[in-house]
Design a protein around this ligand. Structure first.
Ligand code: GCW
Length: 679
């Protein structure tokens, strides 16, 4: 059945003409005599892929015989590869070289790497070329990842629930681990390896300390054993108060020697079970979580204590900068910068500070987080959200690569023009000793993994951008469409277009012009701009839009919260005046009157109505496009996507009508012509 379980690794037969051409280059897969487990996986993957795509299984062999071999390995295990002159110095520990070569006069393709994992990544690359109908002659590819740690963050609560998960239950079945290894764990590792993801934080940042007890560490070790040959290391979240909750101490003060000893012992215990354990991810002093500030200590004190415990074993700490508290009612967007910038340089060198893309919280659109560029002595990891907490959960079709790309391409001006967030995160701007990027996973127990077929594209896009932040959202969408659905041009072009426009459509019908956090509090699904009675000011949508009879928007300039001052002067300049601020950020930085004149010549109020309406129209257009593609793919997936698009259209209207009704009531202005509110 076409239920989506195979993801982008479907390996359905290619058109006969292409298949015939590829067959000549894929007669056998040759491995060296010393090949280890990961190379064996690469060989099996190539065999599986080639058999599926070309309808003929390649021979497995340790010897070349005639033309058409794919020779895979490292110089350590393959004499053929050792004898070739390949630019492996450019491939690093995880990269690879794919080349068309002649060996003893025979035509072959080599997939060579310094370590076995590179061979596996290269095998997936070669398969992708076939899956997307690329030429295989004259290959000359050298790849290496731009970021060292490319991680999924699972917000798993240890009880099969996933915080902000919309794809069924958690795939971690803790209860049955370590004795029962669900085959899905291997499929998960394989899918991640296919896009270069090399680590996974298994547990929620809000998870209980029980995750660090011996019973759970054994379960984690069992998963680590499954993932290891696929190059995926495990990490865990560390609840700061664990020494109290599971350690029997009466404090978690990071400067208390007993607490430090407890964490050192805990680290040793973990590494005895999991020698390649990646490290800890920590949410501290945020949204009620315990942390070093409970003891009058700083984030650096807390992070350094954990880092000291992990250092002898090679682990890292990823300390989250997502902090906000009721004590800071002025502007929540400012708190992370205020707390962390003074600590730049105070962290041990195996600490990374993990920063969300924007200063609030995974909104449909945010400007880049002002911490990027502001901490040249502290490795900053970028945290993106793959699960669509604020973007319609699993039913709305929203392709996230364009949104992530906006962040990666944003210029911090930290060291002059061109100091993009991508260059901060990949370490090149500040020469960081470690680099990392994290995606809050959208994976669950649903057959299709992610709750919808199109959300698979977001998992994949995260991995691809983590490997190479310079890739274009369009290229990533196109290869995904080809691998997941079809190479038929009549399908590929319209679907890629749909994907590329989908994020802007969602921004239009949810929070256009820099509006943010209008969602229903708690669940974050659907509009609730009117809510203003929740305990903490920053939980109320009215705190963010500040609409009244005169105008709308959050003044973050000098006359307001002055969050703008957290950006480098050149970056801030772009947002300084309402007239020159890019309109997509207008109400993020400014409070303007309803009759403010927009570039279109419309008033702000008219523009708002226009954008909400346009958002709905874009979804209607996506629906029409999709409806016309029914002959080109399987009925099963076509029908589900069609049904989800119908939900999305209905809910886009809900967003539009609810938000416009509210803003109309507040502004007292009549609706412009062309918009008819529901009766
Ligand atoms: O926005 C909030 C989410 C919480 C999440 C938190 C965080 C894991 O609504 O569900 O908690 O962000 O990132 O810590």
């Amino acid at each position: 059945a076409e239920d989506g379980y195979d993801l982008w690794l479907r390996y359905k037969p290619l058109p006969a003409a292409e298949a015939r051409g590829y067959l000549k280059a894929a007669r056998r897969v040759v491995t060296g005599p010393q090949a280890g487990e990961t190379i064996a996986i690469a060989r099996e993957e190539l065999a599986r892929g080639i058999e599926g795509l070309l309808r003929r299984a390649p021979a497995g062999s340790t010897r070349l015989a005639g033309d058409g071999a794919i020779v895979i390995g490292t110089p350590k295990d393959s004499p053929e590869i050792a004898a070739l002159d390949l630019p492996l110095d450019r491939a690093g520990a995880e990269g690879y070289v794919i080349r068309s070569v002649r060996i003893d006069g025979r035509r072959a393709i080599v997939i060579a790497a310094n370590e076995e994992i590179g061979v596996l990544y290269g095998a997936f690359h070669l398969l992708r070329l076939m899956q997307t109908l690329q030429p295989l002659d004259a290959l000359d590819i050298v790849e290496r990842p731009g970021i060292e740690r490319r991680l999924l963050n699972h917000w798993d609560n240890l009880d099969r629930t996933v915080e902000r998960g919309y794809a069924g239950q958690s795939i971690w079945d803790w209860h049955k681990l370590p004795d029962y290894i669900d085959p899905r764990y291997r499929d998960y590792a394989r899918a991640n390896a296919s896009i270069g993801i090399n680590g996974t934080v298994l547990t929620n940042v809000n998870a209980d300390a029980v995750a660090l007890t011996p019973a759970y560490l054994e379960k984690t070790a069992a998963l680590a054993d499954v993932f290891r040959p696929y190059g995926v290391r495990v990490y865990l979240t560390a609840r700061f108060s664990a020494p109290i909750e599971i350690g029997g101490l009466d404090t978690a003060d990071p400067l208390d020697p007993r607490v430090r000893a407890w964490w050192r012992d805990k680290a040793s215990e973990i590494y005895a079970l999991i020698p390649d354990f990646g490290g800890f991810l920590v949410k501290a002093n945020s949204e009620g979580q315990p942390g070093p500030q409970d003891y009058g200590r700083t984030h650096a004190d807390g992070a350094n204590m954990l880092a000291e415990a992990l250092a002898p074993h090679g682990g890292v700490v990823m300390w989250r900068a997502f902090v906000y508290s009721a004590e800071n009612p002025d502007d929540r967007a400012k708190q992370a910068y205020d707390e962390f910038v003074p600590l730049d340089g105070a962290f041990r060198d195996n600490v990374l500070v993990q920063v969300k893309n924007g200063p609030i919280d995974f909104q449909p659109r945010e400007p880049f987080h002002p911490l990027f560029g502001a901490m040249s002595n502290t490795p900053l990891a970028l945290e993106l959200q793959i699960t669509k907490e604020y973007l319609g959960f699993a039913t709305h079709l929203v392709y996230l690569a364009p949104m992530w790309k906006e962040t990666l391409d944003a210029d911090t001006y930290a060291a002059g023009a061109g100091s993009t967030v991508a260059k901060v995160v990949d370490g090149s701007l500040h020469d960081y000793p470690h680099t990392a990027i994290a995606g809050v996973s959208n994976i669950g127990s649903d057959r299709n993994w992610t709750g919808s077929h199109f959300d698979q594209a977001n998992w994949r896009a995260f991995g691809r951008l983590a490997w190479n932040p310079l890739l274009s959202p369009e290229a990533i969408a196109e290869e995904w469409v080809r691998m997941t659905f079809s190479n038929d041009e009549r399908f590929v072009a319209p679907v890629v277009d749909m994907m590329l426009g989908s994020h802007e459509a969602a921004v239009d019908y949810m929070t256009p012009l820099g509006l943010h956090h209008l969602m229903g509090t708690g669940h974050h699904y659907g509009p609730a701009p009117w809510v203003d009675d929740l305990d903490r000011p920053e939980w109320n949508p009215v705190y963010y839009h500040r609409a009244d009879r005169e105008g709308v928007g959050f003044d973050r300039t000098e006359t307001g919260s002055n969050a703008l001052a957290q950006y480098a002067p050149e970056a801030a300049a772009a947002f300084a005046a309402p007239e020159t601020t890019p309109e997509e950020y207008l109400l993020w930085f400014h409070r303007v009157s309803w009759d403010f004149e927009m570039k279109s010549g419309r008033t702000l109020w008219e523009e708002l109505v226009h954008r909400y309406t346009r958002g709905v129209e874009k979804v209607a257009a996506m629906r029409r496009t999709w409806a016309g593609l029914d002959e080109l793919i399987d009925a099963e997936r076509h029908a589900q996507v069609a049904a989800f698009l119908a939900i999305q259209e209905k809910e886009a209207k809900w967003w539009r009508d609810a938000c416009l009704a509210y803003f109309q009531a507040v502004s007292g202005l009549p609706f412009p012509e062309g918009y008819d509110p529901p009766a």
